[in-house]
Design a protein around this ligand. Structure first.
Ligand SMILES: [Zn+2]
Length: 247
């Protein structure tokens, strides 16, 4: 029987039960295991981890844990760790795109509204979500830890909040998305890009009141849904102000 001591920093504690938060955890093990597997067996999904030190030396996920090891595990945000800790995450993405699990439907709409390329289908299986995230380099947003622990997932994040308005602010802050906002560019229904379209071209598809009072229209290039600055536009603008105001 062997024992290693783990200490998880900052928001990695969100994954630990209350009696184990913010303290050294003595972890007893009998089988040879990588540090990645051992961290996940303690409840922390690997995409949340940014740096690992064993006895003060930086290691990657493949390190095999030894008896007596003292292990510090750091998330992305923390300033606690030494500057020499090497990141175990894949290189940062230049284009931020998302794929979301079935429980985050409202967050999908918010992200698309702000212009972010966001895939979502309410019939995606876990395996499919992990595969899409992996092959398309999309950040997998989920509230399912098991899904994030799938080994193919490189870019992923566990959304802490359950309240949709808080979720969008959390994701904006976590991925520093404020400078990338480009609102009203994407179809809320299908994620397609919008293009401006003249009224004459689509006038037959419009309700009478819309025909009368609106002159500026956009159409989804993918599903042809028509958008105009109707009564909901003001509400969307308020939402945008709220999100940006939470910076
Ligand atoms: Zn569409």
């Amino acid at each position: 029987m062997a024992c290693a001591s783990f200490r998880f920093y900052a928001e990695l504690n969100d994954f630990l039960p209350s009696h184990r938060k913010e303290m050294k955890i003595a972890h007893i093990f009998t089988e040879r295991a990588s540090i990645k597997d051992m961290i996940e067996s303690l409840g922390i999904p690997h995409p949340e981890v940014d740096g690992i030190e064993v006895n003060g030396i930086s290691v990657d996920f493949s390190y095999i844990v030894q008896d007596g090891d003292i292990i510090d595990v750091y998330p992305i945000s923390t300033t606690d760790r030494g500057t020499s800790t090497i990141s175990v995450r894949p290189k940062p993405l230049t284009i931020i795109r998302f794929v979301l699990d079935i429980h985050l439907g409202k967050l999908v709409t918010s992200l698309r509204l702000l212009g972010f390329d966001t895939l979502y289908q309410n019939d995606y299986e876990d395996k499919e979500l992990a595969h899409i995230s992996s092959t398309q380099n999309r950040i997998l947003l989920t509230r399912d830890r098991g899904l994030l622990m799938r080994s193919v997932v490189k870019y992923g994040y566990y959304v802490r909040n359950t309240d949709p308005p808080k979720q969008i602010v959390e994701v904006m802050q976590r991925f520093d998305l404020y400078k990338r906002i480009s609102p009203f560019q994407r179809c809320l229904r299908c994620n397609g890009l919008l293009e401006s379209v003249t009224k004459e071209l689509i006038v037959n598809q419009l309700p009478e009141t819309v025909k009368l009072y609106n002159h500026e229209f956009h159409r989804c290039q993918n599903c042809n849904k028509i958008y105009w600055k109707g009564s909901h536009y003001e509400r969307l603008q308020q939402f945008l102000d709220l999100v940006v105001g939470n910076k």
